[in-house]
Ligand binder design. Structure first.
Ligand code: SF4
Length: 438
C-alpha cells in the first residue's frame, strides 16, 4: 500500500507486500510517524526513508520484494532504506550484505521502526539487534487508514505444513491478551471505524490464558457499539460448535476465507494439513446451515509434489461442489527450508500452469453464480468511496463489492442499505443496486 499524507519534516514512504497482517503492521508503524509530524509520501516519490515490509511466502514474493528494494534505491540513492517483514527473517544474511539497504529488521522488531528511524535522523547510532523484541508492539492505526480496522490478535504458527515457510519466519504461535485486543478495538471504534477485521497468521489457534478463539469472538461481539466484525482468513481446523452458533450474531459477518489447498486427502496428508476433505465439507455444511448464502472463499494450491491427474480432478470436483465465490489459486513452488523441498515427484511447470488455469476458470463461474444470487436481496454496505459522478461503493456483509448511485443520505465510512438489482460486468463483477432511503 502507498500512503499519501502531508506534513512537514522528513519524508517517509512505505510499501507493503503480502498479507493483511503485514498491512496492519505497516499501518501501525506509519501512524507512529504521522503522530510525530513526519510527512508520509507515495512510494513512487522521492523520500528521505523507504520502509519496505516484505513477503517471502513464494519465490514470486521474494522476487517482488527484491524489485521493490531496487525501485526505492533508484528513487533516491541517499535515502535510508529499511527492509523488514518475512523476507528479512528468511534472507537476513543476504540482505545485510546488500549495501543499498541501511537496516534489515526482523518481524519481531518491526514495531520499533519508528524509534530506529527517528533516532537515525537525530544522529543516534542504533543497532537493529538491540531493538525491543515484541510481536504485539503496535499501536492502533490512526483515523486516516481505510474503512476497516485490522486488529492483530495472534502471530506465528505451529502447524508446519510441509510447503510453508511461514512458521520459520513468523515464529511459533503466540496470542495477544484480551485486555490489549479490547483496548485496540475500543480505540479504533472511537476513531470512527465501523468494521474490524481480526488478523493473525493462524487465528483459529488463538489461545490466551484459557480463552480460545471462539471465546474471544464471543467477547468481541459483546462490546457495545455500531460496528461489525470480520473473521476473514482462518485455517479449517480448531474451531467448534460455539463459532458456528456465533455466525447467527448480527455483528459477525457471513464471510470466511478458509484455505482448502487440495481436494485430495492424499495430498492434504502430504501437505500435513490438519483436516480431511470430508471434515472441510462438514464445516461448510454447518456454516451454511446457520447462514445459507454464507460467502466462503479459499486458496487452492496446484502442482504439489505427487499431485496426479486424479488428485487434481478431485480438487476440481470439490471446488464445484462447494461453490467458493473466490479462489486464490497458486502454483506450488519450492521453498528452501521446508519439508516439501525434499519431496520427490515434483510436477512440471507446464502441468501446474494448465491446472491453475482450469481452477481459475471454475472460480470465475462460481464467482458469477454467487454474485447473481444476490439480485433482489438487500446488502448493508459500508461506504468506502463516492466518486465525482456520485457513484458510491463499498462492501456488503458478505464481502462482495457493491456499487450504487449515492443519495443525499449516503455518507463515507457509514452504512447504507442497498437493494441489489444487477451485476456490473464480467470483468468487474461488482454487484449494483439502489439505495434504500429510510
Ligand atoms: S497453517 Fe500451514 S499454511 Fe498456514 S501459516 Fe501455518 S504452516 Fe503455513
Amino acid at each position: 500500500m502507498e500512503l499519501y499524507l502531508t506534513f512537514m519534516k522528513k519524508k517517509i514512504a512505505f510499501k507493503t507486500l503480502g498479507c493483511r497482517l503485514n498491512q496492519y503492521e505497516t499501518n501501525s508503524v506509519a501512524s507512529n510517524f504521522i503522530n510525530a509530524g513526519y510527512e508520509i509520501v507515495d512510494f513512487n516519490k522521492e523520500a528521505d526513508a523507504y520502509v519496505i515490509n516484505t513477503c517471502t511466502v513464494t519465490n514470486m514474493s521474494d522476487h517482488k520484494s527484491r524489485q521493490t528494494i531496487s525501485q526505492a534505491h533508484r528513487k533516491n540513492k541517499e535515502a535510508v532504506l529499511v527492509v523488514t517483514g518475512c523476507m528479512a527473517n528468511n534472507h537476513k544474511d543476504k540482505l545485510e550484505q546488500n549495501d543499498r539497504i541501511t537496516y534489515t529488521i526482523e518481524n519481531d522488531r518491526k514495531g520499533e521502526i519508528f524509534n530506529l528511524l527517528d533516532g537515525h535522523f537525530k544522529g543516534e547510532i542504533i543497532t537493529p539487534d538491540e531493538l525491543k523484541q515484541d510481536r504485539f508492539n503496535y499501536k492502533s492505526a490512526g483515523k486516516s487508514f481505510r474503512t476497516r480496522a485490522l486488529i492483530k490478535i495472534q502471530d506465528g504458527c505451529d502447524n508446519f505444513c510441509t510447503f510453508c515457510i511461514v512458521p520459520h519466519v513468523r515464529g511459533r504461535a503466540i496470542s495477544r491478551t484480551w485486555e490489549d485486543i479490547k483496548a485496540n478495538i475500543k480505540e479504533v471504534l472511537e476513531f470512527g471505524y465501523k468494521e474490524i477485521v481480526l488478523t493473525g497468521v493462524n487465528i483459529g489457534r488463538y489461545e490466551h490464558e484459557g480463552l480460545t478463539f471462539e471465546d474471544l469472538v464471543e467477547k468481541i461481539l459483546e462490546i457495545p457499539g455500531d460496528f461489525r466484525v470480520r473473521i476473514s482468513s482462518i485455517e479449517p481446523e480448531g474451531f467448534g460448535d460455539k463459532l458456528f452458533n456465533l455466525f447467527s450474531h448480527p455483528k459477525l459477518m457471513p464471510h470466511l476465507h478458509m484455505c482448502l489447498q487440495s481436494g485430495s486427502d492424499k495430498i492434504l496428508l502430504k501437505m500435513r494439513r490438519q483436516y480431511t476433505v470430508d471434515e472441510f465439507r462438514t464445516m461448510v455444511k454447518k456454516i451454511r446451515n446457520k447462514v445459507a448464502d454464507f460467502n466462503i472463499t479459499t486458496d487452492i494450491m496446484v502442482g504439489f509434489p505427487g499431485e496426479t491427474d486424479e488428485d487434481f480432478s478431485e480438487t476440481c470436483k470439490v471446488v464445484e461442489e462447494i461453490g467458493f465465490s473466490h479462489i486464490h489459486t497458486f502454483k506450488y513452488s519450492i521453498r528452501k527450508g521446508t519439508r516439501a523441498e525434499r519431496m520427490l515427484e515434483q510436477i512440471l511447470e507446464k502441468i501446474k500452469t494448465e491446472r491453475s488455469s482450469i481452477i481459475r476458470s471454475l472460480a470465475e463461474n462460481n464467482k458469477q453464480k454467487y454474485r447473481s444470487s444476490f439480485i433482489g436481496k438487500i446488502q448493508n454496505v459500508l461506504v468506502e468511496k463516492i466518486n465525482n459522478k456520485e457513484i458510491a461503493s463499498g462492501y456488503g456483509e458478505h464481502y462482495i463489492h457493491v456499487k450504487f448511485k449515492a443519495d443525499e443520505e449516503t455518507r463515507l465510512k457509514d452504512f447504507k442499505i442497498v437493494e441489489i438489482n444487477g451485476i456490473e460486468n464480467k470483468e468487474d463483477p461488482s454487484i449494483i443496486g439502489l439505495p434504500i432511503t429510510k
